[in-house]
Ligand binder design. Structure first.
Ligand code: NAD
Length: 208
């Protein structure tokens, strides 16, 4: 098990390495580009099986292969979206997921006015098709992009139909069986912490 902060930084290293053209990279270069001390980079990477070479650095492909395995990116993961509103359509249209072997295979809504509309290459499906799509594509992740009042109802449907992991964008806590993994994505909380950091910085510069 990695410490949570290490895991978050490993994601940053992964993104940087995915775009790296050179064969080898040093901890100084990684740290310099990400604003992370090189000692920290070395410590984080020491959790991995692959070890860099002294004076040469890390072989980019070997490091990337291990990080891909670690994040399960070496195998494709299928996702469905429930809620074809602002957020659901934005996620479905986002091209960046394919870089991570993530494929959105279905988008669903209960509103008859949305059903049948095209979103990217997909057509918005009615909720009755949930089971069929999950089974047909072996979908593991379901994203909840409905208003908070409907979040639990949608979570129940996803679980009943075999979804093992839920990416919840609704600002509501959902209850699911223990075997189901939930990730709550609250963009507002991120913004609040940024606001707090900004206030601290402004106060410090006034005092200094
Ligand atoms: N829009 C954003 O940038 C944003 C950012 C962060 C979080 N969120 C959260 O994400 C969720 C969606 O936001 P939005 O802006 O896309 O809302 P939206 O109103 O544009 O879309 C919600 C969609 O969910 C559908 N829906 C409602 N109940 C449903 C149900 N029981 N089954 C299936 N479909 C159902 C509606 O018909 C609608 O199409 C909200 O909970 C919101 O708080 C949105």
């Amino acid at each position: 098990m990695f410490p949570k902060a290490t895991l978050e930084r490993l994601k940053l290293y992964h993104r940087l390495l995915s775009e790296e053209k050179e064969e080898y990279i040093s901890s100084e270069e990684i740290g310099g580009r990400l604003g992370i001390p090189p000692e920290q980079v070395r410590k984080d990477l020491s959790y991995l099986e692959y070890k860099g070479k002294p004076k040469v650095g890390y072989h980019v492909k070997s490091l990337l292969d291990e990080l891909n395995r670690l994040f399960g990116l070496d195998k494709k993961v299928k996702v469905i979206i429930v809620g074809a509103g602002n957020l659901g359509t934005a996620l479905t249209n986002y091209p960046g997921f394919s870089n991570y072997n993530i494929e959105i295979v279905g988008i669903f809504d209960k509103d008859p006015a949305k059903i049948g509309k095209k979103v990217g290459d997909l057509v918005v499906l009615p909720m009755e098709y949930l089971e069929r799509v999950i089974k047909r594509f072996n979908v593991e992740i379901g994203a909840i992009c409905v208003p908070k009042e409907s979040a639990q109802e949608v979570a129940n449907l996803l679980v009943e139909n075999g979804i093992k992991a839920i990416w919840n964008f609704a600002p509501a806590l959902i209850s699911v069986p223990e075997y189901v993994i939930v990730r709550n994505e609250d963009i507002t909380l991120g913004l609040l912490s940024l606001k707090h950091m900004l206030e601290v910085k402004n106060t410090q510069s006034k005092q200094g």
